[in-house]
Design a binder for this molecule. Sequence first.
Ligand SMILES: *Cc1c(COP(=O)(O)O)cnc(C)c1O
Length: 371
Amino acid sequence: MKRVFNFSAGPSMLPLEVLERAGAEITDANGTGQSVMEMSHRSKDYKPIIEKTEALLRELMDIPANYRVLFLQGGASLQFAMIPLNLAGAEQGAPRKKAAYVDTGVWADKAIKEAAKYVDVDVVASSRDKGCVYIPDAPPPPKDAAFYHITLNNTIIGTKWNKLPETGDVPLATDASSCILSEPLDVSKFGVIYAGAQKNLGPAGTTVIIVRDDLVGNAPSWVPTMLRYDVHAKEGSMYNTPPCYGVYVVGLVLEWVKEQGGVEALAKHNREKAALLYDYLDNSKTFLSPIEKSSRSLMNIPFVYRSAPEDKKSDLEKRFVQESAKEGLANLAGHRLVGGMRASIYNAMPIEGVKALIDFMTRFEKNMGSN
Ligand SMILES: *Cc1c(COP(=O)(O)O)cnc(C)c1O
């Protein structure tokens, strides 16, 4: 078996134990004589799978009882619409409601643009002045805001919120797609937390939404059935067919998280991994991290050449990505919108992967010097 260290930002690496377990059960899950892929979502065989997955997520994230957990489709991107529709949608003819957003990069901006179709968006803070390499100070929300939205970890640029904004009674909504379960999170500080599964939770196609009870059931009557939190909450994510197989794999990942010692243990491991790479970058003569120290992501670590002539930059980046790939270090190219390189080191990336990357970069630097 040949497995690479996969530094992709998403879909991304899953724990080998999880893949092997899913493989072992692919034709016969739990003695049922069926694959989970073949099971009716309403069958007695499937029910315990989704129930166990929810119970494990509640346990690992310490989710209070007054929050619903939904497993839906549509990715984080569909939540860009569902949050404003469900938390701040107005009945036809009624005045629009207001929502506060912080603009910290590509995904935050997409959330803002989608929300602006349904609500009056007040961008209360932005880090655009410096190319989003930091998390701005977040002012309190306007009193009449229906919710306050932040992107907890900015996957493309590589920043994360270390201190949550004080929003008082205004519910805090957050996109945690690329950092869920990477560090402990006080769920009670949020109104809604949502995450596409394909970074830290499992396969693409499943989206996890954790939403406080009082924020369910406020969508105006015109909002389509499939986009209503109340419909999905009432039916236990089974209004229609949920992403059954995806939820099953998320359950396996959560079992793995528990075996690792839970979120606290993973956070310690993640901090160690990130510190290794940031320390290396901060001391490198060839590469650097463009991100302000106080805002650096634990999960997505972009880096660039310290000094590269503009006309050689793209060739040098390509050379880095190609040569690293030859050594089994896959997908180190930066996002197509920002260029450079990026190492995404989610929960499933072992520290050996980070060490192998640093070892490669050390040799790459030496070779560059002798060219
Ligand atoms: C990957 C990602 C998204 C997009 O997720 P989809 O599931 O593809 O819609 C949105 N926000 C963040 C922060 C992401 O990392």
